[in-house]
Design a protein around this ligand. Structure first.
Ligand code: SF4
Length: 411
């Protein structure tokens, strides 16, 4: 029998790797005295395990996380009694909410019925498993996540222009480690970000014109490089500069929903709490971004309210989650003067199909703004590069006739 959310005392919490923000989350657990480790990044063996233990009809993020869990438990030093897998979930029609049920079944079949899952419940604000350290945990996890996401933005902003290949990736890696340590040891994270910004600024760069490409879509696939066949790197190789909607955008979305519901239900306590959470989230985001302001052209994340106001014209907001955010973020990139958008979806993804259907309409409204829907099923697609080449060709044309990008000096 599997248990969810039993005690995590003396256990190791395994965090699935979706993006590098996982390292911050793991560090937040350690800050609260809980042993924690990020699971290995997905690779070919992930897909082999995933396909072996699922029937292949699940959403891709689901069989990828299944494969990654099996990879951990097959390691010789794995101790089922001392391990817990962290698995976020969400309410609503999306299959995301069912992942951990499937994971449990797979582990049962493998004979690991003692393994436990930690399924955070937003409603209980983490107090259910981390007790009186919940406040420290939430803030540390949030701050770490925003910090790592900001570093990733800097990586995408600088890497295409570096004069020596590999410089930016090395600085980025070093900075993620600095943030991880700051979160774990409770050091001043804002100061850490100042140190990191200086390191990115010092990287020698060339000044060249590149079209800006926004990457939107289903959260797991757009962020997980292996499962999206390294789309960002491919776009850079084809002459573009990317901006990927970051991990923490989902957290700001759930905060927004919490706020709306608390007002709708007229719950004063929730209203006050949501006011506080909004206040700290804004404050942290601004503080983290500040040292990077010049480098990142001051393209801060547009707030959720505005993102949703863009998608309202095309979709009923009650659809919730992925589809409305993907459409809104796309319009946002167009408004910011980007030259194209890549929308990334897993096969069998319902929100993805909805986006594909409405994308024709809003592209028309945006003068046929360059746009591409990419679907991934874990197979290396031979025509991905060809499609990206054609898309980048359009994006370059769009860029040359329209908004000019600022150079590093002018930023
Ligand atoms: S968004 Fe798509 S891929 Fe993700 S859980 Fe929902 S249906 Fe599956």
């Amino acid at each position: 029998m599997h248990h969810t959310n039993t005690s995590i005392v003396n256990k190791k919490v395994y965090i699935p790797y979706m993006s590098d923000a996982a390292y911050a989350l793991s560090a937040a657990f350690r800050r609260c005295g809980v042993d924690s480790e990020v699971m290995d990044e997905s690779d070919e063996s992930t897909l082999d395990f995933g396909l072996k233990f699922t029937n292949g009809n699940e959403c891709m993020p689901c069989f990828v996380t299944t494969g990654d869990i099996v990879k951990v438990i097959e390691k010789p030093d794995f101790d089922a009694k001392k391990s817990v897998f962290f698995m976020p979930t969400s309410k609503g029609p999306c299959k995301f909410g069912q992942y951990n049920r499937l994971h449990e079944l797979v582990l049962d079949n493998l004979g690991y019925n003692e393994v436990e899952f930690l399924v955070p419940s937003a409603a209980k604000s983490y107090t259910d498993f981390i007790g009186d350290k919940a406040t420290v945990f939430r803030r540390a996890a949030w701050q770490g996540c925003v910090a790592v996401d900001t570093l990733e933005k800097a990586l995408y902003r600088v890497r295409p222009y570096e004069t020596t290949k590999g410089d930016t990736a090395a600085v980025y890696k070093e900075c993620v480690k600095l943030v991880e340590d700051a979160v774990e040891l409770g050091k001043d994270i804002f100061y850490t970000m100042e140190v990191c910004a200086k390191k990115f600024e010092k990287i020698p760069k060339k000044d060249e014109e590149r079209p800006l490409i926004g990457i939107v879509g289903e959260i797991f696939l757009r962020l997980n490089k292996f499962t999206n066949n390294f789309t960002a790197e491919k776009v850079e190789a084809l002459g573009g500069e990317v901006s990927v909607v970051p991990t923490y955008k989902w957290i700001t979305f759930t905060t927004y929903e919490y706020t709306v519901n608390s007002f709708r239900n007229k719950k004063v306590k929730d209203m006050l709490l949501s006011f506080l959470v909004n206040y700290y989230q804004k404050k942290d985001e601004t503080g983290m971004f500040k040292p990077f302001k010049k480098l990142l052209r001051n393209h801060k994340e547009t707030n959720i309210k505005d993102i949703l106001s863009y998608s309202k014209k095309y979709l009923d907001l009650s659809l919730g989650g992925e589809a409305i955010l993907t459409v809104g973020e796309s319009v946002d990139f167009a408004k910011k003067g980007y030259s194209g958008v890549i929308s990334i979806h897993p096969f069998h993804c319902m929100p993805g199909s909805i986006v594909q259907i409405v994308s024709k309409k809003f592209r028309e409204d945006l003068n046929n703004f360059p746009w591409i829907n990419l679907w991934f099923d874990g197979q290396e697609s031979t025509n991905l590069m060809l499609r990206l080449e054609a898309f980048m060709h359009q994006a370059k044309r769009w860029n040359s006739r329209g908004v000019k990008n600022e150079s590093f000096e002018a930023a």
